[in-house]
Each structure stands twice: as structure tokens, then as C-alpha cells.
Design a protein around this ligand. Structure first.
Ligand code: ARG
Ligand code: GLU
Length: 709
């Protein structure tokens, strides 16, 4: 290709950035990547990974629990995923007497495997490109509204038609922000049972301190089994497990369900995320987590009750701190701006590229408008609804709306739901925490939001409580009946529409209604208007980037953002240099666990059993050839949230480990990816097997796996 001045400039901008490891690829189109993958060391074919004509690896990968990935490792439906993916279930089955979070859980017989009603595993059966049908009759002249209507209509008819001759669940998913569409066929499994989990001081070793950080020593796995028709499910494919381990520069690939990335956003959007929204969320969550910590340290029951809530809040909190720092350190915004310069320049060259240029230009105004609503929503959800009682009250606000004209079945159905929610809420509710969170969050909410653009209830605190938040919270928790399980059950047992008026006056219902009204009256419509505008601009800008990048920046990979669908990503094993003078090795060992051990900190306790095995060097065939027990390793795979639990595979397609995290320095990779430092963290499968076999003695599971030495 003839080099234009523009392409020389852009090579300078992107120079030094090797793009080989970037990208999350659609499995049905993997033929395009096959040559590169094989050149990097892969010994199998794209068809071995994804095929609809014969069994392939895709038949062994599932979307686990709607927010993680799992893989099948036996012909009896045995499934591996991360400990933090099974965490909610491990917690649900835990009590102070049977504390599976602290002690671990091992079903030594099939009968001991624990049912998890509500847990699903979803497996992709087929995907078909339906772009032409979805976008039929749409031209450059079609308005955005018309376009949305046409697409909706087409998708509806495609789904209806597909549903006629399949028992699978079908959906149509958009790729490249509405520039490509696939019809997906999925099998849904509803009977998943819990089989095993290490104690948290192994499965969550290092806790939130080590979370998102390399070097890492977490045995982040748990074991489930898929049942079908009451029997262990026989999959078409299950992974063979390799005991060879990894060496620097080995080829690896990750096969799983990445949730969302936004690699093609304009600089103005990245700036809003990283410099406006995240700092506020991080600040609010820091305050809540401090409160959780204080009470969790004091009381074992509270520690269990708030374990999942803490992990959930803490995970985003820490990630976004990393994003803020990463975007700054690796000049994410400046890189986007430089790209935009060259994009404009490419647009100027041809008249018909005007629409792309306009789209990029129009982002500024929309984002400026959006900020107001985005921040209002952020405070509402992060401060207002982080008060558990207020969030719980949202369920009762509906009950308070019932009148004598409401059909009795509707009331009964709602009451049934509320009974379940009530049981779940009180199992894990500790009022002193909520009281302190309420005072802290309402104080922050009031201090940071203008009087004329916030829920009325915040102004009431001024009017009725002279601005004394503590007095208001005393009143809220003291007067609401929703703090007492007994009273809530009595209400549900004896509810009649004539009681709705009184319920509507409950202070917690009043508070949540005030927040929801504010949302509905002042935010919802505007915010969704902005979102629609942004999506439309993104679609056009994406279309422009899909034309410009192959032409001007051929060395840059173009792939669709993650959208909760199955993807393949590949890269090589290796360490990295996070900053001047610091260099990380690519693997960690059990020695590191002993170094980090601290009997006084819950997350760093090492059990006697692990000590014994370590002292005796009793690693069996799971030891590395260097004699040590390898725990985790890093490689250059482009992963994101929900890739947790994904299989990481070697050149032969054998299981090497389970992906569970990225490194702190690069959590910005959902917005701006830099292959020189972006690494995914996996737990070494040999450590997983060592724990199942040597630590827990659950050898029946090892026996059903296919293991190669
Ligand atoms: N950071 C990982 C992910 O994004 C692991 C989270 C679970 N671990 C924890 N300590 N909270 O989900
Ligand atoms: N731990 C994440 C998850 O639960 C994966 C880490 C990431 O975001 O890369 O999906």
C-alpha cells in the first residue's frame, strides 16, 4: 500500500503498540484468525474450537449464572468456574454451623451435591449472521427512529421464524454497535448442583487487598455439575486437562463470555467515565466499605452476611480506581484524541465521509448534556439505594399502590414474591451497618447535589429535621415497620388493599418513592434520550472506524466490543513491566502464599492442612518440573468481566487453568487496550487439581476427568 503522510503520522501515534494480542473474536468467524493463531503456536484448527457440524470445544463452554464462564471437564457434566463465581451459592448454603465460605465444601458422594435452584448454565449451539435481514430497507436517509422501528420488526420476525423449528432459546444480538447482527441458538440448563469449593482463605486468598493485583496467589475455583433430566449431563465435548504447565511465550487462548467493553468510544466519553463518574463512585464506595469492614471484623455472623455484598461493591470500587489511574498513566485520553485527529483527516478526504465527521463532532454536546443525568443517577444508585432498607422498601412501594380494584391474583402473586424477598433480606441484614451507611450516604448525597435537582426527601431533612441527618435516620429506622421481619410477615399475612394507604406512609416507602419519583420525573426520559443519541452516534462512528482503520491503520485489530456473547481471545504467556525498574515474572508459587501468610488477617490465613502439604512438598504429579507448586500465571489475553472462570487453553486446546482477573495497572483495558501491559490472570489447573486431590481428598472428581501428563 502506498504510504500517505496521514498513515505515517498515525503510525507514529500508534508506533510501538504491537496489536497482536488485542481482540476478542467471534467463534463462528474464527477462520479469519486461524493463520495468525497457528503462526503464534497453535496446533489445532479453528474448526476444532468452533463447529456446528461436529462436536467442538464450544460444546464445553457455558455462561455460568448469567455473569461468569464455566467449562465442562468430564463426560458427566462436571463444571469448573471461579470461587468468586460460585461465591453467592457457597454463601447461600452456609450457616454459622456449616460455614462453607470459611471451611470449604466437598461433596464426597454424588448424593451430597447441593441443588442451586435459580442457577443456570447457557451453552451456545449455533450462531448465524443475519445482518442483511435485520438491516433490510435501511438506507442513509432512514431516520434514527425509523431505523429503530424497522430493526425491531425484523428481529421479531427472525426470532419467531427461528423458534418454530428449534427447542433452543433464540435471540438476535448486535455486534459492532448495530453494524452486524447474529441469530444465536442457546441451550439452557436449569439443574446445576454445587460439588466443591475450597475454603475462602484459598479460593479468595488475599481478599480485596490482592484483588486485581499481580502477583497473585488465589485458588479461585469452585466446582459444579450440570444435570439434565435428573441425571449428570453428558456433554458432546469436555476439555482434556494438561499437567505440563506454561512457559514464557507459550501460545494460549481463552474461550468465554466477556460482558462489555467500549474500545471505540470517543475521548470525551472516556474522560467522563474515568474523570467524572468513577471518582464519585469510588469515593462513595470507600465510605460504605469502611463501615462494612468495621462491623465484619467484629462479628462472624456479620462477616458472612456481608461477604457477598462486600465482594460485589469492592470489586467495582477497586477496578475503577485502576481505570482512573491507568487512563492517566497510559495517556488513554491523549491516545483517543490523536486517533480522532487522524479520523477527521480521513473524513475530510471524501465528501461522503461527512456523516462520520459529524457524528464524532456531535458527541461533545450530547456528553455535556448527559453528564447532568448520569451524575444524578450515580448518586441515586450509589448513595440513595445503597441504603439497604430503602432498596428493600422499593418492593413494598408496589404493594402500597394496590387498591380495592386490583385483581386479587395480582396481590397474591406480589405477596408471594415479597415473602421470598423478605426472607432473603433479613437473612443478611444487620441494622447497625445500614444505620451508619444511611447517615454517611445521605450526608454525602445532600452535600454534593444541588437542592433543585435531587429527591425531595433530601430537602425534607432540612425542613423537618433542621438538616440533622442522624435525626432523620433515627426516625427512618425507628418508625419504619420494614426493619422488623416479624412485622413484615404480619403485614404480608394480613394484607388488604385498605391497608395500602398506611403502608404508603411508612418512612422507608416514602423515602424510596421520593427517590423513584425524582428518577421518573427528572432523569429517566432525558437520560434515555441522551443514551439513544449516544448509541446512534456510536453506531455511525463505529461504521466510520470500520472503514477507516483497515485503510489507515492496517496494523490495528478491528473486532467487535464484548457484548455478553461467546468469544475467543489469544495471546502468549509472559510477564510485564508495570513501571520504571519493576518487572513481573509470569507465574507465582505456593512459596508466595507462605510469604503473604498472616494468621491475624482473615484473607491471609493459611490452614494447617496446606502447611503440612507444603512442608512435606507433597505435590504429587501436580508439581512443576522445577519441583514447586505453581499457583497462578499471566498471559496476554484480552479479557474482561464475565470472562471469570473461562478456560485458558494451550496450543493443543488442553486446559491450563481458569481465567479470573486482570492486573491492576490495566483495568482501563475495557476502554483503551495496550497489549504491552494488558495481562489476564489465571489460576494454574495443577494447583486446582492438587487442592481437589491432595488437600480435600475428593479423588472421585479427579477420576472422572481426562488428564494428560
Ligand atoms: N476482580 C475479579 C473480577 O472482576 C475477582 C473478583 C472477586 N474477588 C474479590 N476479592 N472480590 O471479578
Ligand atoms: N474477575 C472478573 C470476572 O468476574 C474477570 C476479570 C476481568 O474483569 O478481567 O469476570
Amino acid at each position: 500500500m502506498k504510504r500517505t503522510l496521514l498513515s505515517i503520522i498515525t503510525v507514529i501515534i500508534f508506533g510501538g503498540i504491537l496489536r497482536a494480542d488485542e481482540g476478542m473474536w467471534i467463534p463462528a468467524l474464527l477462520q479469519k484468525n486461524e493463520a495468525e493463531m497457528q503462526a503464534m503456536g497453535m496446533k489445532i484448527t479453528a474448526d476444532d474450537i468452533y463447529s456446528i457440524n461436529h462436536s467442538s470445544m464450544k460444546d464445553a463452554v457455558v455462561l455460568f449464572g448469567g455473569g461468569c464462564t464455566g467449562e465442562l471437564v468430564s463426560d458427566q457434566g462436571l463444571l469448573l468456574t471461579n470461587h468468586h463465581c460460585g461465591y453467592g451459592w457457597i454463601q447461600r448454603h452456609s450457616t454459622v454451623e456449616h460455614d462453607y465460605l470459611t471451611d470449604g465444601f466437598w461433596a464426597m458422594t454424588p448424593e451430597e451435591e447441593l441443588a442451586c435452584p435459580g442457577l443456570t448454565a447457557i451453552m451456545l449451539k449455533n450462531m448465524v449472521d443475519v445482518t442483511d435481514r435485520v438491516l433490510e430497507n435501511i438506507t442513509d436517509e432512514t431516520s434514527d427512529e425509523e431505523r429503530a422501528d424497522i430493526i425491531k420488526k425484523h428481529i421479531k420476525s427472525i426470532i419467531e421464524e427461528a423458534e418454530k423449528d428449534t427447542e433452543y432459546k433464540v435471540s438476535v444480538e448486535s455486534f459492532y454497535i448495530g453494524n452486524q447482527y447474529f441469530l444465536m441458538y442457546n441451550e439452557v440448563f436449569n439443574d446445576i448442583r454445587m460439588v466443591g469449593a475450597p475454603p475462602s482463605n484459598i479460593g479468595k486468598f488475599g481478599g480485596d487487598t490482592d484483588n486485581w493485583v499481580w502477583p497473585r496467589h488465589t485458588g479461585d475455583f469452585s466446582i459444579f455439575r450440570i444435570y439434565k433430566d435428573g441425571k449428570p449431563y453428558k456433554p458432546d465435548y469436555h476439555f482434556t486437562i494438561s499437567l505440563k504447565g506454561v512457559e514464557k511465550d507459550d501460545f494460549t487462548f481463552v474461550f468465554g463470555y466477556p460482558a462489555r467493553t467500549n474500545e471505540y468510544l470517543p475521548a470525551v466519553a472516556v474522560n467522563q467515565e474515568a474523570n467524572v463518574v468513577y471518582p464519585v463512585v469510588v469515593d462513595l464506595r470507600t465510605q460504605i466499605l469502611d463501615i462494612y469492614n468495621k462491623y465484619q471484623e467484629k462479628d462472624a455472623k456479620v462477616r458472612i452476611q456481608y461477604a457477598s455484598k462486600h465482594a460485589g461493591l469492592g470489586n467495582g470500587w477497586k477496578k475503577w480506581m485502576g481505570v482512573i489511574e491507568g487512563i492517566r498513566n497510559f495517556k488513554g485520553i491523549e491516545k483517543k484524541q490523536a486517533f480522532e485527529e487522524s479520523f477527521y483527516e480521513w473524513c475530510y478526504k471524501e465528501r461522503r465521509r461527512q456523516k462520520y465527521q459529524n457524528a464524532l463532532r456531535d458527541f461533545d454536546a450530547v456528553y455535556a448534556e448527559y453528564e447532568k443525568y448520569r451524575m444524578a443517577t450515580t448518586y441515586l444508585t450509589e448513595a440513595g439505594l445503597s441504603i439497604e432498607l430503602i432498596e428493600f422498601a422499593a418492593n413494598f412501594a408496589k404493594l402500597a399502590d394496590m387498591t380495592k380494584d386490583t385483581p386479587q391474583e395480582e396481590i397474591d402473586e406480589l405477596i408471594d414474591d415479597l415473602r421470598q424477598e423478605t426472607a432473603a433480606f433479613f437473612k443478611d441484614y444487620y441494622q447497625p451497618i445500614d444505620e451508619e451507611v444511611a447517615v454517611t450516604m445521605l450526608t454525602a448525597y445532600r452535600a454534593n447535589r444541588p437542592e433543585d435537582f435531587r429527591p425531595e426527601i433530601l430537602n425534607e431533612i432540612d425542613k423537618k429535621f433542621k438538616g440533622d441527618v442522624t435525626a432523620y435516620v433515627d426516625y427512618l429506622l425507628g418508625k419504619s415497620i420494614l426493619t422488623s421481619e416479624e412485622k413484615v410477615i404480619a403485614l404480608l399475612d394480613n394484607f388488604k388493599p385498605s391497608k395500602a394507604k398506611k403502608l404508603a406512609k411508612d418512612p422507608a416507602v416514602v423515602a424510596v418513592n421520593s427517590m423513584m419519583d425524582f428518577y421518573v420525573d427528572n432523569i429517566k426520559a432525558k437520560s434515555s434520550e441522551c443514551n439513544t443519541k449516544i448509541n446512534n452516534l456510536c453506531r455511525v462512528y463505529m461504521e466510520g472506524q470500520m472503514k477507516m482503520i483497515p485503510e489507515v491503520l492496517p496494523e490495528r485489530n478491528l473486532y467487535p466490543d464484548a457484548n455478553f456473547t461467546l468469544r475467543v481471545t489469544y495471546g502468549k504467556v509472559g510477564g510485564f513491566k508495570p513501571k520504571d525498574a519493576v518487572e513481573y515474572r509470569h507465574f507465582t508459587t505456593l512459596d508466595g502464599i507462605m510469604e503473604k501468610e498472616d494468621p491475624n488477617i482473615y484473607d491471609y490465613v493459611v490452614t494447617d492442612r496446606l502447611h503440612e502439604l507444603y512442608e512435606a512438598k507433597d505435590f504429587g504429579r501436580y508439581a512443576d518440573k522445577d519441583g514447586s507448586m505453581h499457583v497462578a500465571f499471566i498471559a496476554g489475553n484480552h479479557t474482561t468481566g464475565d470472562n471469570s472462570g473461562s478456560p485458558i487453553l494451550n496450543a493443543e486446546g488442553q486446559l491450563l487453568g481458569l481465567n479470573f482477573d486482570r492486573t491492576w495497572e490495566v483495568t482501563m483495558s475495557d476502554l483503551v487496550y495496550d497489549p504491552s501491559i494488558c495481562k489476564n490472570i489465571s489460576v494454574d489447573i495443577r494447583y486446582v487439581l492438587f487442592l481437589i486431590d491432595k488437600y480435600a481428598g475428593c479423588t472421585r472428581l479427579i477420576d472422572e476427568m481426562t488428564i494428560v501428563e
